[in-house]
Design a protein around this ligand. Structure first.
Ligand SMILES: [Zn+2]
Length: 85
């Protein structure tokens, strides 16, 4: 079953305090917004920052599966062919 909804964390763009987590449809997902949100820590309206919840876990998993570095083998020298003429 495809996941159509994502959890988005709304946090204060100034102090980083998490304000709330909202579930929104992926289609409507906007991580950039100019809305202001009331920050209880700053006691002021602040520009909100949105981040997808769980994204850090995904990044961790990605890093775990980094491809191994493959050592390049030098080409073996072949003797040049001699031409008779
Ligand atoms: Zn704040």
């Amino acid at each position: 079953m495809p996941i159509n909804e994502v959890n988005v964390i709304r946090s204060c763009g100034v102090c980083g305090t998490e304000i709330e987590t909202v579930t929104i449809k992926k289609d409507n997902m906007m991580l950039t917004t100019e809305e202001l949100v009331w920050c209880p820590n700053c006691q002021a309206d602040r520009p909100e920052v949105r981040d997808v919840a769980g994204r850090l876990d995904a990044i961790k998993q990605e890093q775990r599966s980094y491809p191994k570095a493959v050592a390049a083998k030098p080409f073996s020298d072949q003797p040049p062919g001699s031409s008779r003429g």
